[in-house]
Design a protein around this ligand. Sequence first.
Ligand SMILES: [Zn+2]
Length: 571
Amino acid sequence: MSSRVPITFDRYLLYSETKEYLHKVAAGYPDLCSLNSIGKSYEGRDIWALTITAGGIASASEKPAIYVDANIHAGEVTGSMAALYLIDYLLGNYGTDTSVTNLLERVTFYVLPRINPDGAEVYLTTPHMLRSSVRVWPDDDTQELPGLHRADIDGDGKILQMRVRDDNKGEWKVSSKDPRLMVPRQPGETKGPFYRIYPEGYIKDYEGEPFTVHKAPWGLDLNRNFPSNWEPGIPGGGDYPAGEPETHALVRFIVDHPNIGAIQALHTAGGFFFRNPCKYDESKMDPQDLTATKAIARQGTKVTGYPDVKSPNSATLTEWAYEHRGIIAYTTELWNRYERAGIPLEDVRDKSDPDKFPGEFEEISLKLLEWNDRELSGKGFIDWTPFEHPQLGTVEIGGWDRKFCVQNAPPHLLEEECRKAAMWIMKHAAALPWVNITDIKVGDIGGCLKKVTAVVENWGYLPTNITNKAVQLKVVEKDIVELIPGPGVEITGKPRHETGFLEGYISGTRSPAKSAVQVSWVVKVSPDDSPPPSVTVEYRSQRGGVIRKTHRLKRTTPGNDRHLTKPDQDT
Ligand SMILES: [Zn+2]
């Protein structure tokens, strides 16, 4: 047994630490995993992919596979840690935990914990928030323009909010129930104090109000750069589909690994899974594909508590995965502080808008602050603190910790979130096809001729094509079964047969599924006596894996004609 590589899930690893961990793991478990760079980021960092499977890495491409990536969005670093947790969990429990061991015997995991290493590094080492790529996109280049630019002006390492007293124009007032909470000023209210709220920052070329409040300069969104329903002008979409080095590398990797039938893209925040279809109504999706997508998600809900939600987004990895590759894919939005505070997600979705529902907004916000005081010792909300602003005079800086409370789990709650993700990914992996050669029979048909009959079955939930979409798109080749003769054996007809696809038990609820196939060959066994004759049955399925079984043939002996002989030795 290899010894586990130490890692803790109570902090967020930098790029160098992530890379070091992955290299240690690859060195420590050479029989179970291998590490490869699949390409370089915009700033030249490697994008690492760890391949994990049991039975030798050479077999990885011959098993059905799940692809797991994280952190395409710079700040969604909980996803990175969840991917590392999955790696630690699989490797650390192989050989001792039956479900992990069985899964690694039949499935390959491709895990890419940090696919946007540049963005994550800015997020983790500077006060800045950014959406995704660090490449300043032409439209975003606002840095030299007059107006408010986000910056950590009080030097506490965070970019928070500034509340600025303005009893005339102020849109906000302090809640009477908690002095930290800002609530909207209501029509006709004239008795202040009232405040304006700005992002923390400095104002270039300040000449009094009004001034423009600029967004962060990085608006390019790698997860709107995939070649599915991409169009010019899609917010953050980039210059052309898969035009960024990171997205290009991912598309290449997935296309180059046709055994991938499951995709998990780890994001934050939300506490739900985005699923397909994205652009059109569910009624237009293939019914079996939709059933599978929803049923697998339900298994995820059981282990995470998170529901599935139809995604409204286009040009994402997971939309492309289904629409162009016919792969069942989820964008898993980890972590939700409202959920942790016991506030129903429907309330958050419907009633947390301060303009439309000021009363409900105040109630929800108070519950969040109570949770913050109770569970986070108050650290999730930085109290308003006076500061002499170079342009605005006295302001107060404070607000929610956007990085490690709003967008990501606070460090002491991170491990639980990582565990949920890993359990969900294992459920998804367990739904992949599971092909077995269950029987090889040999019958003597006279002289030196024998009939070899093999039965191949899929014991998995999903069919070997994964989705009907994949068949429609012609992106998956039909399964093939082939008889490979050993020494002293000759096949009299075609050695290879196309078998189509093996259904999974998903399709058999109304009548038994066609999840087995029986194929026969006639072989001629040479009468001389050395070496012992044998045949190998090989079933090749792009998404269901490759499986082989060798069967030793008995030589025909008098009195044994036309009787089916039981397999005497399978290997
Ligand atoms: Zn995201």
